[in-house]
Design a protein around this ligand. Structure first.
Ligand code: AMP
Ligand code: MG
Length: 498
């Protein structure tokens, strides 16, 4: 018997953020895009709403999700926030092109639906309220790929292309992403009320976040401090995961940092191809503030901004005492990140037990990889092929290094370490294949999907989405998608203009 298809109008909305006072958001309607058409649907994201993908193709669903028609149960709004951009405080940013439609309630939880590229809002400043097809495809693919990798992230339900002309360095087509997250509140959402001295608002926001997303903290002795601690820990674990998979966010401004510890606001992001610790994926980041290896320290800097903005909430006798409390909580960041990174690196190396020399073993491999520009993803994946018995079968691995003797020395040490814990080749290989993806969203793969979509063919978007939904599976027929970038693919420049 066929399952009856749940229709889009079966969704139940709550819209809790819209009940917060005006000033924390602005009510605004999406501006329809000319010639809007569906260009991709994430089956997995749809299932989170209890919908099967075909439910999104029906005419009413397209009209509502693209913002072309007002959806009766929703309460569209733009969120107000500020943020530190490249180290400088900007007193008001806010959703300049994203509009929260409303919040879907399901038995498993709540999902805020947000339309990115839905037109002007009171926070648009000089912007046009639009997002271009290129950046929309990148965010759509990457958020779903990150989720499949096991990394906390906002999700992407679907994306729309249109005939609307949008002016960037060239004329491009306007597009729209339907993004979902339990909440889109950012560090900058707190900063805006702190710097305006609106402490009652600040408290209201914190109370909302606790009630909405951290209900267990409500009954702790110091809920606001506990909230900060939760954000510190989640962010530390998130950044460890970014570093382990080789993901560079590109614009880690405090307005792009999620209070839930999700990867948020995909702009000029990039995955490492060749391992390069100082990799800068954002072409507009002239000083490398957001270089790959600076992400941990930048995350802590951003958390310090959040802690500063939360100081008035802490139950303390004076400012110094509040600051001391905040510092104690911030001190949790480094050990949390280090522990998460160490555990993750052990898994990547196929080590079951923790040993004192493990960090150094991993670091030595990384420095050999950096010296030779070895492909990060492929090296770790293929390292699973190494056998305990040194039968000279390492050639395909060692040939990737410039200093092959140095690799041999490292491999000898690695084997000795594996023998110590009685590692078993086949079992280790299977475990390493669960820790090291075969497929990631390399820039050149995204670029190919973008070029085809710009020519009107969306098939490659779905093809990539589906491939990257199983990044740890070998998928032999798809092996060309694991290839290192061709020369043109290394030179792709991605900037903030999207
Ligand atoms: P982003 O760098 O994309 O995180 O955006 C930083 C700020 O600029 C946010 O407040 C955005 O809403 C706003 N913004 C970015 N692009 C546009 C646009 N095309 N129109 C209006 N606002 C934008
Ligand atoms: Mg942003």
């Amino acid at each position: 018997m066929d399952m009856p298809l749940r229709r889009i109008d079966s969704l139940v909305f709550d819209n809790s953020f819209a009940r917060l006072p005006e000033g924390m958001h602005a009510r605004v309607r999406p501006t329809p895009l000319a010639g809007v058409r569906l260009a991709g649907v994430s089956t997995e994201a749809a299932s989170l709403l209890g919908l099967a993908a075909p439910a999104l193709f029906d005419e009413q669903a397209v009209a509502w999700l693209s913002g072309s028609e007002a959806w009766p149960q929703t309460a569209p709004l733009a969120m107000c926030y500020a943020g530190h951009q490249f180290g400088h405080y900007v007193p008001q940013l806010g959703d300049g092109r994203a509009i929260v439609l409303g919040e879907v309630k399901t038995a498993q939880g709540h999902w805020e639906l947000q339309l990115k590229g839905a037109g002007l809002t009171p926070f648009s400043r000089d912007g046009d309220g639009r997002a271009v097809l290129r950046s929309t495809i990148r965010e759509y693919l990457c958020s779903e790929a990150m989720h499949a990798l096991g990394i906390p992230t906002t999700r992407a339900l679907c994306l729309f292309d249109s005939d609307e002309e949008v002016y960037r360095e060239r004329i491009e087509r306007g597009a729209l992403l339907v993004r979902m997250a339990p909440s889109h509140v950012r560090f900058g959402s707190f900063e805006v009320f702190y710097y305006r001295g609106q402490y009652a608002r600040l408290r209201e926001l914190a109370d909302y976040v606790i009630a909405h997303d951290f209900p267990a903290l409500r009954d702790t002795p110091r809920p606001y401090l506990a909230l900060l601690r939760e954000v510190v820990e989640r962010t530390a674990r998130l950044i460890a995961q970014w570093q382990l998979v080789g993901f560079a966010h590109g614009v880690m401004n405090t307005d792009n940092m999620s209070i839930l510890g999700l990867t948020l606001d995909y702009g000029p992001f990039g995955f490492l191809d060749a391992y390069e610790p100082g990799f800068i994926c954002n072409h507009s980041d002239y000083h490398g503030r957001y270089a790959f290896d600076r992400q941990p320290s930048i995350a802590l800097w951003n958390l310090t901004c959040l802690a500063q903005a939360m100081l008035p909430l802490f139950d303390a006798d004076d400012g110094d005492a509040a600051a001391a409390q905040a510092r104690d909580v911030l001190a949790v960041f480094e050990p949390t990140l280090s522990a998460a990174y160490a555990a993750g690196m052990r898994a990547k190396l196929g080590l079951r037990e923790a040993q004192p020399g493990d960090a150094a073993l991993g670091a030595r491999l990384l420095s050999l990889m950096a010296a030779a520009g070895v492909d990060y993803t492929n090296l770790f994946r293929d390292l699973g092929d190494l056998q305990l018995a040194d039968s000279g079968a390492d050639a395909p691995l060692r040939d990737r290094f410039v200093d092959r003797e140095a690799f041999d020395a490292w491999a000898a040490e690695y084997r000795a370490r594996l023998r110590q814990e009685h590692s078993h080749d086949a079992r280790r290989q299977a475990a390493m294949a669960r820790a090291n993806p075969r497929y990631i969203l390399r820039n050149y793969l995204a670029q190919r999907a973008i070029e085809r979509a710009e020519a009107g063919d969306y098939a490659e978007i779905e093809h990539l989405r589906s491939l990257l939904s199983q990044p740890y599976d070998e998928q032999p027929a798809m092996r060309e998608y694991a290839a290192e970038p061709p020369d043109w693919g290394r030179a792709i420049e991605v900037s903030c203009s999207s």
